[in-house]
Design a protein around this ligand. Structure first.
Ligand code: SF4
Length: 68
């Protein structure tokens, strides 16, 4: 019996915690998204993205800790 295959949902590297919804014109996913390229190649934007990722991880941990 075959196990159903579920496609892996691509996460947006920019919209932290959200799936890629192909919001950028012409993008077929994060791998060819112009906005992702721009942010990853700009040191200041990349640093800010790192901050947002850390904040996101903290909020997840706090939420899990509050659940017990
Ligand atoms: S198209 Fe780019 S910016 Fe838009 S959700 Fe996907 S990866 Fe993120």
């Amino acid at each position: 019996m075959n196990t159903p295959v579920h496609p892996i949902e691509a996460k947006c590297p920019i919209r932290v915690g959200e799936p890629c919804n192909l919001c950028e014109s012409g993008a077929t996913g994060p791998e060819d998204c112009g906005l992702v390229w721009l942010v990853m190649n700009d040191p200041e934007l990349h640093a800010r993205l790192d901050e947002l990722r850390i904040e996101h991880l903290k909020s997840i941990r706090e939420e899990r800790a509050s659940r017990g």
